[in-house]
Design a protein around this ligand. Structure first.
Ligand code: BTN
Length: 269
């Protein structure tokens, strides 16, 4: 079992996770984080659960959240940024997770090792180990909150039949068992460090190169599932706003993550 004391003892951050809400079971840590915001929770509040009864994924999907070796957590932020910049925080979290996993497990980064499938799935050996769901409440030009929800497959080894084709865990791929408190606290420390840098310019120019090292879609043909019409092209990288640059018929299109999702030509990656 994860416990709040252990997390607090391991966590060396200034703001992220200074206030923690821990649940053995809850509906969704994103829903709880929103409730805690409404009750006055501070910037950086962390909500963690051992299992979720209605875990939520992107695009209205369900995030299976049984008790076991996974971690379900949400970070509540109150950033002073324009709402149009908030989607970059998701990429920043993905990069921070990737950084922390390579530090802890020492794996290679890239398409055949640890990578990021744009915008924010962490994949290991081309299977997903982490998903991120970011939710925001905002006025026209200011943000009330951004909640970054992260589901991390750390020591879990069992997946439903549907998931087993495309999901895996750090333990399944590396054979290494680590304390979940260690993994999640390292991830949060990496995020805090990156978030401080991000706040200086509110864009990803200082992260772009490193993000692209992890980007499994780079120089690979992708299918862009745009509600206005699906197309294929070659992903070349990201711009400073975190949009995916896709080369299509001699022009380079910037793909914004809010509207579309991207698939490999032959499958998920
Ligand atoms: C995805 O579809 O890839 C995103 C999955 C995000 C799951 C996490 S688990 C913690 C937080 N609470 C939720 O209900 N969802 C996110």
């Amino acid at each position: 079992m994860l416990n709040e004391k252990e997390i607090k003892a391991c966590l060396h951050t200034e703001k992220i996770g200074r206030e923690i809400y821990y649940y053995k079971e809850t509906d969704s840590t994103n829903i709880r984080a929103k409730q805690h915001f409404l009750e006055g929770a501070t910037d950086g509040t962390l909500v963690i659960a051992e299992q979720q009864t209605t875990g939520r994924g992107r695009r209205g999907r369900i995030w299976e959240s049984p008790q076991g070796g996974a971690v379900y957590m949400s970070v509540l932020l109150k950033p002073e940024i324009h709402p149009s910049k908030a989607s970059m925080l998701t990429l920043l979290m993905a990069l921070s997770l990737a950084r922390s996993f390579t530090q802890l497990y020492g794996m290679e980064c890239g398409r055949d090792g640890l990578g990021i499938k744009w915008p924010n799935d962490i994949v290991l050996h081309q299977k997903k180990i982490t998903g991120i769901l970011t939710e925001m409440s905002a006025k026209i030009d200011s943000v009330d909150y951004v909640i970054i929800g992260v589901g991390m497959n750390i020591n879990n080894t069992e997946f439903s039949e549907e998931l087993s084709q495309k999901a895996t865990s750090l333990l399944c791929e590396t054979g290494v068992i680590k304390s979940r408190a260690e993994v999640l606290t390292r991830a949060l420390e990496c995020f805090e460090e990156a978030y401080k840098v991000f706040q200086q310019d509110c864009d990803l120019k200082r992260f772009r190169k490193e993000y692209e090292k992890f980007l499994v879609n780079k120089n690979v043909q992708v299918r862009v599932l745009d509600p206005k019409g699906e197309y294929t092209g070659i992903a070349r990288g990201i711009n400073e706003q975190g949009e995916l640059l896709v080369e299509k018929g001699g022009e380079v299109l910037s793909v914004y993550s809010g509207e579309v999702s991207v698939r490999g030509i032959y499958g998920y990656v």
